[in-house]
Design a protein around this ligand. Structure first.
Ligand code: ADP
Length: 310
């Protein structure tokens, strides 16, 4: 049976966005298929700017894009009707109950009042806020506020959900609950999610694919496993002694050091040939003791660090 290629849900073509002299996005292009997608980058990388540009909340200085086939410059209202957006900042309206806030979010994108209220009750119970639904959102704990925000974002049962740092400020339990809801929406309700974070473990067990960005530039897009490939083997070396001298001795022997944290070194795979002997020579030369020497497989954490530093 022929499998049809899924239409991309998000397309960015050469997007550029500046705030005064700050270049927040630089010639950013990517094409993203449906599924659970992570948008990964350190703070200040441009994640929020990218999401807001896709949703028409910010206008790009150059470039263009499409969300669910709709033009981000011309069709932003229709995009916002079709997608859900959980922003990073709290946008709590004072003296409004959870059910009123969620229904209001539905009304804002064109739902009728009774429909919006019926759905508000449904999604609040889905996000675990059934009993709190008549309380003011401003009195909620951070975790409850985040779940109320999620309820607002899914009131109209969108096909695609954008989440900007949904786990920010949550304690471990709140974080796990939030991740579980996102996982359920994606895996059991057929919703595509596009989820920004600077915390790698957030997306490791949840997302099929990841977009990595750094300083406004596109770095990588692919399956988490695919991104690991080609980067699989390396040598982990830990020494006791003069790390700087040891590093110099390694470099003199042609090693490429992909990572150094104090006494811990990670050497690139191509150095593996006869590597152990040359590492020991370097140790002897500098009076360092080799406390660990093993080959390993890059974790996404290492990969992320290397992508960002490289
Ligand atoms: P992230 O979401 O990855 O943390 P942002 O998109 O918020 O990154 O920010 C990208 C860059 O643009 C940062 O250097 C940030 O300081 C800057 N920036 C974001 N918003 C504004 C703004 N309204 N005015 C000026 N600079 C901004």
């Amino acid at each position: 049976m022929a499998r049809s290629m899924a239409e991309p849900i998000i397309v960015a073509e050469g997007i550029e966005k500046r705030y005064g002299r700050v270049v927040a996005l630089e010639n950013f292009s990517v094409e993203i298929e449906p599924g659970a997608i992570g948008l990964l980058g350190p703070n200040g990388a441009g994640k929020s700017t990218f999401i807001k540009t896709l949703l028409g909340l910010l206008r790009p200085d150059a470039g263009t894009g499409r969300v669910l086939g709709l033009d981000i410059r011309k069709d932003s209202y229709r995009i916002r009707q079709k997608i859900g957006f959980m922003p990073e900042d709290d946008a709590v309206i004072p003296r409004l109950s959870a059910v009123d806030s969620v229904a209001y979010a539905g009304r804002m994108i064109g739902m009728g009042s009774s429909d919006a209220y019926a759905r508000a009750h449904e999604v609040l119970s889905y996000t675990g806020l059934e009993e709190a639904r008549y309380r003011f959102v401003e009195d909620f704990s951070t975790g409850m506020k985040q779940r109320a925000k999620l309820a607002q974002a899914i009131v109209h049962d969108p096909a695609l959900l954008f989440l900007d740092e949904p786990t920010a400020g949550l304690d471990p339990k709140g974080r796990e609950e939030m991740l579980e809801l996102i996982r359920d929406l994606s895996h059991n309700h057929g919703m595509s999610v596009f989820f920004s974070t600077h915390i790698l473990p957030d997306i490791e067990n949840l997302c099929d694919k990841v977009v990595v960005l750094h300083r406004g530039k596109f770095l990588a897009y692919g399956g988490i496993e695919d991104l690991r490939k080609g980067d699989e083997s390396f040598l982990d070396v830990r020494v006791l002694g003069d790390a700087a001298a040891f590093r110099a001795a390694l470099e003199k022997r042609g090693f490429r050091i992909s990572l150094q944290e104090g006494m811990d070194f990670q050497l690139a795979a191509e150095a593996a040939d006869g590597a152990a002997r040359r590492i020991l020579e370097a140790a002897v030369e500098t009076g360092a003791q080799v406390r660990r020497l093993q080959s390993g497989r890059a974790s996404l954490e290492d990969l992320f660090t290397r992508l960002v530093e490289g």
